[in-house]
Design a protein around this ligand. Structure first.
Ligand code: GLV
Ligand code: MN
Ligand code: MN
Ligand code: MN
Length: 428
């Protein structure tokens, strides 16, 4: 039955790429910054509007919609054996400041279109199919990435720390969630946790966010592993003072501590000897932030990743040691050194990889195996479900900036591969 669906679908897959493209455009207008940039921050007015837009599309596709306490959104198509664990797909729609239209969005709107394709073809899933919109894959507002999927995977640590978490305007996580209509009745986030085995498979469609597929002219990337991310928050404090009056020997400049640590991050990353080790200081703030005032406080956020967890951990440890040493040598106080997250890598499931490969072959698309250097909600879904990811090419590998772009043809290919993969997994 599945085989016959597969072979007829090769010729009859009716994908409405124009509609999908116009949905991507429309979703991009829910933004706090002007086009072509997209900025969509968790629980903001534009995030709420964008969520409403997606829920409406889910409804139009015949999915029954459910939301959990933090706003992970689930759209379900019941299979003819609904008691079996469902097959899930999905991604995120939040966007970091001055981002593009495609990161995450392709995996949400594309998943809904994959459902439409399967429905139009007359396919009936055995296992239920579920489209998930994950809350806050990006760490922008509350500092932690993959907030929704991390909780779904059962992170008690996150559930506890969110009780004390505030944003840069000092608004608590729960006040923000309530303003968007979530976490209404109580603050017990254990309701978000899912049991291991809740899904028989999870597959995420995403733009590559790297240049390889485009450079090599390959249509589909099949992700075999997701690199291990870590992030840290550091604060130095010194005495500050007048930029003219305090002579150099009497200073303990918190800004210079931060600058020295930023350069140390680069040094330790390069010292690993592997091209796979990366490190970034994406946030560096100085207080009071006046040209004629010696910085009395500095605040850094540091991101480092590697496909090798041990090597990544070595970098984290060196950064920590370095922060301590810099503070000592510069007579600063290291008032904070906090590891925000230090996650292991994730491996894709062999049988999902196989299903994705078969789908690309049936569609006559070229594919290659690759690792994901960016993190995704799949990193956490892998803790509770067999996981796989489908990558499509994006222009010059651009991502996390307004120039991010994926062509209609590449998006259509990705959606088709997703549809066939979901179809196959739903019959298993
Ligand atoms: C996801 O946005 C990442 O930072 O990898
Ligand atoms: Mn992103
Ligand atoms: Mn993403
Ligand atoms: Mn990010």
């Amino acid at each position: 039955e599945f085989e016959s669906f597969l072979s007829t679908s090769l010729h009859s897959i009716s994908l409405d790429i124009e509609t999908l493209q116009s949905q991507i455009e429309e979703l991009s207008t829910f933004s706090d910054t002007p086009a072509p940039s997209v900025t969509r921050i968790l629980y903001s007015e534009n995030d709420v509007l964008a969520r409403r837009y997606v829920k409406n599309l889910m409804g139009l596709s015949g999915l029954s919609v459910r939301e959990d306490a933090v706003g992970n959104i689930f759209g379900r198509w019941d299979g003819y054996e609904p008691e079996l664990e469902a097959v899930a797909t999905g991604s995120h729609i939040d966007a970091i400041p001055y981002a593009g239209k495609y990161d995450g969005v392709v995996g949400v709107l594309g998943a809904i279109e994959a459902i439409n394709v399967l429905r139009r073809s007359g396919f009936k899933p055995k296992r239920s199919l579920e489209v998930i919109l994950f809350t806050s894959e990006e760490p922008t507002r509350f500092g932690i990435g993959c907030l929704g999927s991390r909780l779904m995977a059962g992170s008690e640590q996150l559930a506890n720390s969110l009780k004390e978490t505030v944003d840069s305007q000092n608004m608590s996580f729960f006040d923000a969630a309530r303003s968007a209509g979530y976490a209404k009745d109580n603050e017990d986030l254990s309701t978000v946790f899912l049991k291991k085995g809740s899904y028989s498979a999870f597959v995420e469609l995403h733009i590559e966010q790297g240049p390889i597929l485009e450079e090599e002219g390959v249509s589909i990337g099949i992700v075999t592993a997701i690199a291990a991310p870590a992030s840290m928050e550091v604060e130095f404090e010194g005495n500050g003072g007048h930029a003219g009056a305090v002579l150099m020997p009497y200073r303990n400049d918190a800004g210079l501590g931060a600058a020295e640590l930023a350069l140390a991050v680069e040094k330790y990353v390069l010292e690993s000897g592997s091209i796979d080790t990366v490190g970034t200081v994406g946030i560096l703030e100085l207080h009071p932030g006046a040209i004629n005032s010696i910085p009395s406080k500095s605040h850094l956020k540091i991101d480092t990743r590697d496909i090798d967890e041990k090597r990544r951990n070595t970098v984290v440890e060196k950064i920590h040691q370095s922060a301590v040493t810099i503070a000592k040598n510069r007579r600063l106080s290291l008032t904070e050194f906090k590891i925000i997250n230090q996650d292991p890598p994730a491996l894709s499931d062999k049988s999902i990889i196989r299903a994705m490969e078969i789908a690309t072959q049936e569609l006559n698309l070229t594919h290659k195996s690759m690792i994901s250097r960016a993190y995704h909600d799949s990193l956490f879904m892998a803790r509770i479900s067999p996981m796989g990811m489908i990558f499509i090419p994006c222009y010059k590998g651009y991502s996390h900036k307004p120039e991010e772009y994926a062509s209609s043809g590449d998006i259509a290919n990705g959606v088709k591969v997703l549809a066939l993969t979901l179809a196959k997994l739903s019959q298993d």
